[in-house]
Design a protein around this ligand. Structure first.
Ligand code: FAD
Length: 461
């Protein structure tokens, strides 16, 4: 997009803004705000991750899809990211015998992309640093926000010195455990809920094959669905794969039940036999890497007058099963950018429009993420479900104007999440009516099935 009022280093900034959190969404937000002529002070708790020290925090790969790409394109950085992204055209399911089933994600040419979180964050920090109107402050942890005085208490994590920093307008993009949100929680009529799954996750590695090759299909997201738990793997540029095991905290098959390297190896040998030989570091990684929790956080309002706005995980943290958390946070930036174009620096209007537009959509996305957790965990291994997916693609091919699969609406479109979710539920009801008449893929062509399909489609808008 080139229609933005690019700021000029010499011009007076329209407004002085404070962004708390230099993660993925915070960096992108700062880039957008500066393009509207504002000066931005960006505070980040961690040291500069581009330094030589160990990279703190989550090292996982993320799936980037259309909403994310659109937001990156909006500040002209999509091409730079594309160079380090690996397209994944579909899911490869691994059963207990090691048999593989392939399910494309969308139409030919549609893919989601595996990107390294740390790599993407580093690249975005480089771009942020090039902007003369953004000032970056690392090792600065927000400890408290005094919303009445409009002051932040910031701790320098290197010197352990705390200081008070005044703000005029504060953007809280400090993640799921946001300090800015904590301050809003103490304001009147602020709603807040957090819900944990009984599952945790652990990152593991499939090593590169000799010569830096990929030991399993490179251009796919791999899933080992096992009913009550599952493992997924996303490709890295160096031939390895980042695996994530989603596993109950307690129970007969759980983190609690695996206490020794022998137990871990025996368990993987039994349930993920084709993956085990590709994971030589398994026993070490299993005990060295932390077990992290999975939470959905909802809150409202996201604003305090025209002074504070929450975006990204700080406003709406979701479980990762649709691969949409970052994409949704990036889409926040797209929406805010559109509102800044419409209303200029009328912040009260911009903030209010933003939260009323976004909240129903991120709530729908939170529901979709939990829904997809159940689908990936329980249903992708079920032959009836796989048949249903095949029939849905036939329907979509036959009636492209009336039927876009839910996954495509979420992943390969910019349709508001709430609309996608409502459409998806209506489509599932239709499938529940059709599937009793369908036992094989060929049944779809039977005249009586075609008649039922035509009648259903005639009722759709
Ligand atoms: P964060 O990435 O959490 O960044 C917040 C930043 O604020 C951090 O840099 C942090 O250091 C800083 N900060 C925090 N507190 C303070 C403070 N007090 N003071 C100063 N700075 C502070 N999303 C996808 O789109 N696709 C995926 O495939 C995907 N997979 C995921 C897999 C897992 C296992 C998980 C857990 C999440 C996944 N997500 C995925 C979600 C995605 O990681 C988040 O939605 C995204 O990182 C949110 O970005 P953010 O900038 O809002 O928050």
């Amino acid at each position: 997009m080139t229609d933005m009022p690019h700021s000029l280093a010499t011009a007076e900034p329209v407004d002085n803004l404070t962004v708390m959190g230099g993660g993925l969404v915070g960096c992108l937000l700062a880039l957008y705000l500066t393009r509207h002529g504002h000066a931005v002070e960006l505070f980040e708790r961690r040291p500069d991750i581009r330094g030589n020290g160990p990279v703190e925090g989550r090292s996982i790969n993320l799936a980037l899809s259309d909403r994310g790409w659109r937001a990156l394109e909006g500040v002209g950085i999509a091409e730079a990211v594309r160079e380090v992204a690996i397209p994944m055209h579909g899911r490869v399911m691994h059963d207990v015998q090691g048999n593989l089933t392939y399910q494309p994600y969308g139409q030919a040419g549609q893919s989601i992309y595996s990107v390294s979180r740390a790599g993407l964050n580093r690249r975005m920090l480089d771009l942020v640093e090039q902007e003369p109107t953004i000032t970056l402050h690392f090792n600065q942890q927000c400890r408290r926000v005094d919303t009445r005085r409009q002051e932040l208490e910031v701790l320098d994590t290197e010197t352990q010195q705390a200081r008070v920093v005044p703000y005029r307008r504060l953007f809280g993009v400090d993640g799921a455990y946001s300090a800015v949100r904590s301050a809003l929680q103490r304001t009147d009529r602020f709603n807040y809920s957090q819900e944990y799954l009984n599952y945790g996750y652990k990152e593991l590695t499939i090593e590169a094959a000799p010569g830096g090759q990929w030991a399993i299909e490179k251009h796919a997201l791999h899933i080992w669905p096992r009913g009550q738990y599952m493992m997924i793997a996303l490709p890295n540029l160096d031939g390895s794969f980042n695996c994530t095991l989603f596993f109950p905290y307690e129970g007969p098959e759980s983190f609690a039940a695996l206490q020794t390297p022998e137990q871990v190896t025996a368990f993987f040998d039994r349930v993920f036999p084709d993956a085990l030989p590709l994971m030589p570091q398994l026993a070490t990684e299993f005990f060295d890497n932390p077990t992290a929790s999975l939470v959905t956080i909802r809150c409202f309002p996201w604003t305090l007058q025209d002074q504070v706005l929450l975006l990204g995980d700080a406003a709406h943290a979701i479980v990762p099963f649709y691969g949409q958390g970052m994409n949704a946070g990036f889409e926040d930036c797209t929406v805010l950018n559109e509102l800044l174009h419409r209303f200029g620096p009328d912040w009260a209007r911009v903030f209010q429009e933003f939260e009323s537009q976004r909240k129903p959509n991120t709530d729908a996305m939170a529901d979709l993420a939990v829904y997809n957790f159940r689908e990936m965990r329980d249903r992708v291994a079920d032959p009836r479900f796989l048949l249903q997916k095949k029939i849905e693609s036939k329907l979509s091919a036959q009636y492209p104007d009336k039927w876009l699969p839910l996954y495509s609406q979420v992943t390969f479109s910019n349709l508001p999440y709430a609309e996608a979710w409502a459409n998806g539920q209506a489509q599932e009801e239709i499938m529940q009516r059709l599937m009793p008449h369908i036992q094989t893929e060929e049944d779809y062509q039977r005249p009586e099935v075609q008649q039922l399909v035509a009648a259903e489609m005639a009722r759709r808008p």
